[in-house]
Design a protein around this ligand. Structure first.
Ligand code: FAD
Length: 455
């Protein structure tokens, strides 16, 4: 097992802290790290793609789980896969697609591990129908504070604390996921332009979004720099797994994508000198992006990678925001709270924040995870340069707006929230703390995020 002392950050590259990093290659090695932890405790880490400090443990141990990366059993008939926590979603997708299978939930990056995905209880573009990942986990092996491995199944308190539990109940060693079947490796995409936020919400609502929706995957890019009547204008993209009739005969037999698939032309825009996406540049890029999107187009074919993970095509997308890194702000407010969403969008656009990446999606019913983020309503995610003057106070103000509307900010993607705000937004936090106190009385599992928010 390799061991080194490293400075770690999340994807946003803010707030680096130093930890001793262990890279176990067996479950026994992982258990030895947990048993031998020092006073600052231990924490599992996947690929460190959580934007904030969820996968950091200053002064303590960090278990880099990427060395545990075996796919242990793939049952094509039952459509299930059992794999180690360090397997990436990208790799699983490659294995599954050639067999007509697909992940039940696909978040916006494939460069994340199964353990990290369960620890954050990730959601995808079809949350109203599919729910978040925990709904599709049949069971998992969890290394707990006593160094023992427990089998954790749905319907138990430990399962609900671990899915979305941000590594604070233990180290997920492996998991069994239920898969879905697809008939082609392509997505058939519809795109439409909306002239303002009301128009955008109406277009979203016109697609049903629930089970049986013919276009279950939906998200919209919002131009957060547009003002006046154009405030909240955007481009809505919806998709479904394409039927076999769209493929040429040889591709139909092999499940391979034909070469004619178009990539997303505007995953984030070009890199700028010095890596900083300034306000004027962002406004210009937004204008180009909006104008070049089709007013209305249906039936465009994209590969799953181009449709689900356009940002992964740019290895350094997180460096666009300058040396100080980026802060991701992801929140949700319930249906019926559209006025709060309007207010937040207006505040961001009035402040002229250089937000190039801003995605609006819809959530369906919440899962059972005590700290899981999704709840029925709208969710908006935006990335902002961490160096933006007054950013902390500005986002605190947005937190107040979101909290007043009964909404919440995503813990897995947070890097700056205040503890009292988190406590007010997550009613499951009390039960989570109680379970942790019972399971792990000495606080074996710790993270910078947990210390900052007193989780
Ligand atoms: C471009 C981009 C797009 C994204 N899109 C989405 C999206 O659409 N939906 C969404 O929900 N999220 C999204 N995310 C957030 C991100 O995917 C998750 O936060 C995910 O957890 C990162 O996985 P990771 O393997 O890198 O985990 P890390 O960042 O390393 O860890 C994340 C958390 O999981 C815990 N963890 C990691 N491995 C284990 C383990 N084996 N056992 C127990 N706990 C563990 C860590 O302790 C930490 O608390 C996106 C991130 C990026 C960078």
């Amino acid at each position: 097992m390799s061991v080194d002392t490293v400075s770690l950050t999340g994807w946003g590259r803010t707030a680096p802290t130093t930890a001793v990093r262990f890279r176990p290659r067996t479950y026994e090695e992982a258990a030895a790290v947990v048993r031998g932890r020092g006073p600052r405790g231990a924490l599992a880490r996947g690929l460190g793609r959580a934007p904030g400090d969820a996968a950091q443990n200053a002064g303590g141990s960090v278990l880099d789980m990427t060395g545990l990366d075996r796919v242990r059993a793939l049952d094509e008939e039952a459509a299930t896969v059992r794999c180690d926590a360090g397997v990436t979603l990208d790799r699983l997708l490659r294995i599954l697609l050639s067999r007509g299978l697909f992940l039940p939930v696909v978040p916006g990056s494939g460069r994340i591990t199964v353990g990290g995905a369960i620890g954050s209880d990730v959601h995808g573009l079809d949350h109203p129908g599919a729910g978040s990942l925990a709904r599709h986990v049949d069971g998992l092996e969890l290394l707990t504070a006593d160094g023992e491995v427990r089998t954790v199944t749905p319907g138990t308190a430990l399962f609900d604390a671990t899915t979305g539990g941000l590594g604070l109940t233990g180290v997920i060693l492996s998991a069994t996921l239920r898969l879905k079947r697809v008939v082609t490796p392509l997505v058939s995409v519809s795109t439409e332009r909306a002239t303002g936020l009301d128009d955008l919400l109406a277009r979203f609502t016109a697609g049903r979004g629930g089970p049986g929706d013919p276009l279950p995957y939906a998200s919209a890019w919002i131009d957060l720099l547009a003002r006046g009547r154009a405030t909240g204008r955007g481009v809505l993209t919806r998709g479904e797994h394409a039927p076999p009739s769209v493929l040429p005969a040889h591709a139909r037999r092999t499940m391979r994508a034909p070469r004619t698939v178009q990539p997303d032309r505007h995953p984030i825009g070009p890199l700028l000198p010095g890596g900083l996406l300034g306000r004027t540049a962002a406004a210009l890029l937004n204008e180009v992006r909006y104008r070049s999107a089709p007013r209305s187009r249906t039936g465009e074919l994209r590969t799953t990678a181009a449709f689900f993970h356009p940002l992964d095509a740019l290895p350094d997308a997180n460096r666009l925001y300058g040396r100080a890194g980026l802060v991701r702000y992801r929140f949700t407010v319930g249906y019926g709270q559209e006025e709060a969403l309007h207010r937040v969008v207006r505040r961001i656009s009035a402040r002229r924040c250089p937000a190039f990446r801003a995605e609006l999606q819809r959530f369906g019913a919440a899962g059972t995870g005590l700290l899981s983020f999704p709840a029925p309503g709208w969710t908006l995610a935006l990335d902002l340069p961490a160096a933006l003057p007054g950013l902390a106070r500005f986002l605190d103000g947005l937190d107040d707006e979101v909290a007043a509307a009964g909404g919440r900010v995503c813990l897995a993607q947070d890097s700056r929230m205040r503890p009292e705000t988190a406590a007010a937004m997550y009613p499951g936090l009390g039960a989570f703390r109680e379970l942790r106190a019972e399971l792990d009385p000495t606080g074996a599992f710790r993270s910078d995020l947990a210390r900052r928010l007193a989780l």
